[in-house]
Design a protein around this ligand. Structure first.
Ligand code: FAD
Ligand code: DHB
Length: 398
């Protein structure tokens, strides 16, 4: 049997699923291949902050109905340090732009439902994915599904399979340049059945380390604590987590978090990573498969969505008129946003975390000077705000 599609998409995370749906709306066929089962990808707790651009795109794609209903629109955030809280007026500083708090797994559920409704193919639990002929005009994806080995011929392959996927490694050695920084800390993330303790996100800088208060709904709080990289969650019984969060988030006038049962715990390592270019022959890499940002700027998911928006437009133009220019400039176009976002995520991370090798407190004093500046200068606050809510487009200077 000849098994073929126009675009073979490896990975059903936000990048792969958004790409599949955008292509569907253009009348372009794709097959999405996912290593995990449906329940796993729908329950995987990760990011929660959607930029205005991401919200607008999901809405325009017709998958924003539940997000509009259940998502929490935030027009500001709090920076907390030295026992005081400082509000950054995101909307006021950016001409009315905001962010929406809506869990990544909810976005993924909505996209899977839309894919199934559209009747386009999405296979879960595929194994041993191998890319073939990405240097040729007839690439293919070989994989095993339900015990059967299959070969999917495509015009183009989209590698949307995350940082630990196989697509990036299918590029011949030497064709990609890797840029990488690991941070000497990680994040312990927890989900608690507790009413959020503030209406807005709280990014906290404290001598004992960074802490973040976020949320998923009016009854679920999402919290993060800076911890050593590779920390064992077993070291963190619930009481210790609440005590540490309350210590780091203290306010001079007094503050205590609303507590409740912790229903999920996990440790995330922190790295900055970019492989470039983001294309090799007929293979286009998108999202975490080709870049990772530390989570402090809440950008990973948004960047993945921005990549595939560029890719879907380029593919639509190519199929429509044979014009290859969008595909040829895909990597360059995306990398401008990727590096702008890398900078912002690195800056937020460096400003807010306790730096373990800061023996004489030099770095801590620089951090405090920068935080004071961001909270007292409107221009500095606007720089944070416009990066946080996301740029419409990131153009090269003219
Ligand atoms: P992914 O969501 O990783 O999707 C890739 C998909 O490909 C997965 O479903 C995977 O199962 C599948 N796959 C992998 N290998 C194969 C294969 N060989 N064959 C087929 N399928 C394959 N960002 C934030 O902004 N804030 C956060 O708090 C935050 N927390 C995170 C916590 C963790 C543990 C991780 C890993 C990431 C976190 N991120 C966070 C980043 C954010 O979730 C990612 O940037 C986002 O998921 C990127 O989407 P993606 O579609 O590119 O990749
Ligand atoms: C969340 C995650 C982030 O990385 C961040 O910067 C803000 C919020 C969250 O999961 O809600």
């Amino acid at each position: 049997m000849i098994y073929r599609t126009q675009v073979g998409i490896v990975g059903a995370g936000p990048a792969g699923l958004v790409l599949g749906h955008l292509l569907h709306l253009e009348g372009i066929d794709s097959v999405v291949l996912e290593a995990r089962d449906r329940e796993y990808v729908e329950q995987r707790v990760r990011a929660g902050v959607l930029e205005q651009n991401t919200v607008n795109l999901l809405d325009e794609m017709g998958v924003g109905e539940r997000m509009k209903r259940e998502g929490l629109v935030h027009e500001g955030l709090e920076l907390r340090f030295g026992g005081r809280g400082h509000r950054i007026d995101l909307a006021g500083l950016t001409g009315g732009r905001s962010i929406t708090v809506y869990g990544q797994q909810e976005v993924v559920k909505d996209l899977i439902a839309a894919r199934l409704e559209a009747g386009r193919e999405l296979l879960f639990e595929v194994e041993d994915v191998e890319l073939e002929g990405v240097d040729t005009e007839a690439p293919a994806v070989a994989f095993t599904h339900g015990g059967e080995r299959r070969r999917l011929s495509c015009d183009v392959v989209a590698g949307c399979d995350g940082f630990h996927g196989v697509c990036r490694d299918a590029v011949p050695e030497g064709a990609l340049t890797h840029h990488e920084r690991e941070y000497p800390f990680g994040w312990l993330g927890v989900l608690a059945e507790a009413e959020p303790s503030s209406d807005e996100l709280i990014y906290t800088h404290h001598d004992r380390g960074f802490a973040l208060h976020s949320m998923r709904s009016p009854s679920i709080t999402r919290l993060y604590l800076q911890c050593p990289p590779g920390e064992d969650v077993g070291e963190w019984p619930d009481d210790r987590i609440w005590e540490e969060l309350n210590t780091r988030m203290e306010l001079a006038e007094g503050f205590s978090l609303h507590e409740g049962p912790i229903i999920e715990k996990g440790v995330t390592p922190m790295r900055s990573f970019v492989a470039e270019p983001m294309q090799h022959g007929r293979l286009f890499l998108a999202g975490d498969a080709v870049h990772i940002v530390p989570p402090t700027g809440a950008k990973g998911l948004n960047l993945a969505v921005a990549d595939v928006r560029v890719l879907s437009r380029a593919l639509a133009r190519w199929y429509d008129s044979g014009d290859e220019s969008g595909l040829e400039s895909y990597s360059e176009t995306c990398l401008r946003r990727v590096w702008r976002t890398q900078y912002f995520s690195w800056w937020m991370t460096s400003m807010l975390h306790r730096l373990p090798d800061d023996r004489d407190g030099f770095q801590a004093r620089l951090q405090r000077a920068q935080l004071d500046y961001v909270c007292s200068s409107e221009s500095a606050a606007r720089t944070l705000a416009e990066n946080y809510v996301g740029f419409d487009s990131v153009e090269a200077p003219g």
